[in-house]
Design a binder for this molecule. Structure first.
Ligand code: PHE
Length: 338
């Protein structure tokens, strides 16, 4: 070993000691250089073999080797012991950061927010009602006779004390009209509950967006125009047509089911619309005079339309989700896509 090599080794050992990440690592450095089988043996060997005229230089280099490494170890040890980090860990601030992924909105939330902002732009405000309803608001005031099949305990969740989990968002219409005078222009997004067996398109817990517009001379044409505007904005499409099929709901007369021309094929027929060219968005109709009466409105003075849309249905169509259960299982890989 040459003289310069001893000094180089001294420098290497001292810098290794200075970057040891913990006390165990520091001990390894000490053993590697100053330990019984460490590099110090090479240094002492070189000192012993050195010719007489350079013995003194080698002796001094060997001393520097021992003292400087020892000092570097002491210094690092003090730093590690006093540092606050776990086991004196070192933070390399030059490393690139680790991306953990940002939070995202659930597709149901996303759709409700989008729909709400469109209806707001049309002059609707948002109304709310309780999930836990009474029979009056969920059925009676909505002109639903006592023997109507939807009231059956095999379809509706009843609780002790006569309350029930609302089967639709329509009771919000009643609660709003009970406390507010016309004109009324509200939407009510919210959860609904039915005793349905889970399958690819049914869930016992789902969401609806209810709409209610009451004023003088509101007509079915207003309903058609408003829903057409809504779908156009929701789908971001210029050319959307609406059609209405006759239907029955106890709380509207006439009642309709509303379809819009398929946003994928523009009505020509494709897989998304099951080759019919039309996609259903919900039930609707003109508010039945009996409903107005139950809320204290005069059906001779006002008319109104109401609609109820299924949020899960819309989300599945809009995002191409094949199974409603995907919306509730909360798999991160599914949710990340929205
Ligand atoms: N409440 C109805 C349902 O759940 C939908 C609806 C709302 C129909 C408003 C007409 C008017 O199926």
């Amino acid at each position: 070993m040459k003289l310069e090599e001893i000094d180089t080794l001294t420098g290497t050992a001292a810098s290794e000691a200075a970057v040891a990440v913990d006390l165990a690592g520091l001990e390894e450095v000490r053993i590697r250089y100053l330990g019984r089988n460490g590099r110090i043996n090479d240094v002492m060997e070189a000192l012993k073999a050195a010719p007489r005229e350079t013995k003194k230089d080698f002796g001094q280099a060997a001393n520097r080797f021992k003292q400087q490494i020892q000092a570097a170890i002491e210094e690092r040890k003090a730093a590690l012991e006093s540092s606050a980090g776990p086991a004196g860990s070192m933070v390399d601030t030059s490393l690139p950061g680790a991306w953990r992924g940002g939070g995202k909105l659930h597709p149901i939330t996303l759709l409700i927010q989008r729909a709400t902002s469109i209806f707001r732009s049309m002059g609707f405000t948002v109304a709310e009602g309780p999930d836990l309803e009474d029979e009056f608001h969920n059925f009676d005031a909505l002109n639903t006779p006592a023997n109507h099949p939807s009231r059956d305990p095999s379809d509706t969740f009843y609780l002790d004390g006569g309350l029930l989990l609302r089967t639709h968002t329509s009771p919000v219409q009643i609660r709003y009209m009970e406390t507010q005078q016309p004109p009324v222009r509200i939407i009510a997004p919210g959860r609904c509950y039915r005793r349905d067996t889970m399958d690819a398109t049914h869930s016992a817990n789902f969401h609806q967006i209810e709409g209610l517009y009451v004023d003088r001379d509101v007509s079915l044409a207003n309903l058609k125009g408003d829903l057409e505007y809504f779908v156009r904005k929701l789908m971001n499409l210029e050319d959307v047509r609406i059609r209405m099929r006759p239907h029955f709901f106890p709380f509207t007369e006439p009642s309709v089911e509303v379809d819009y021309s398929c946003h994928v094929c523009q009505g020509k027929g494709c897989r998304v619309c099951k080759h019919s060219g039309w996609i259903e968005i919900g039930g609707a109709g003109m508010v039945d005079p009996n409903v107005f009466q139950a809320c204290g409105y005069d059906p001779e003075q006002v008319t109104g339309y109401a609609f109820g849309m299924g949020v899960e249905r819309m989300a599945m169509i809009l995002f191409g989700i094949p199974d409603i259960r995907l919306l509730y299982e909360n798999h991160v890989r599914f949710l990340q896509q929205f």
